[in-house]
Write a new protein. Sequence first.
Length: 120
Amino acid sequence: MSLGPDPGTVGTPKPRALLTIRDTGIGIPAEDQSTIFTRFFRASNATTANIPGTGLGLVIVRMIVENHGGRVDLESEVDRGTTVSVSLPLRAETVAEALAEDGVGPPEQPAVSSGVAFTP
């Protein structure tokens, strides 16, 4: 997870939280990626391999994230895995308050703890 400005912002950057989840699973075929956020849709290779699921997980994630003004991005390659990135807007005062409560000032460089990077 990282905290930082939205890289696609023109003008004053808005602080965002970015959560990235990666796996090394079966991946999602390119032809299935455009519909992977459709209710009850399951990737063709998951159904062929009899991997259990409902086809609702990513739909629910996207709905929650978008309702909070965020964005979900997906990259996947068959037999190599999938990366899902969630970007959520933050209010600058919320970030400053959280850092102050933890007794931490804004770090000069990203701090990394257990593979989680925090960037102001």
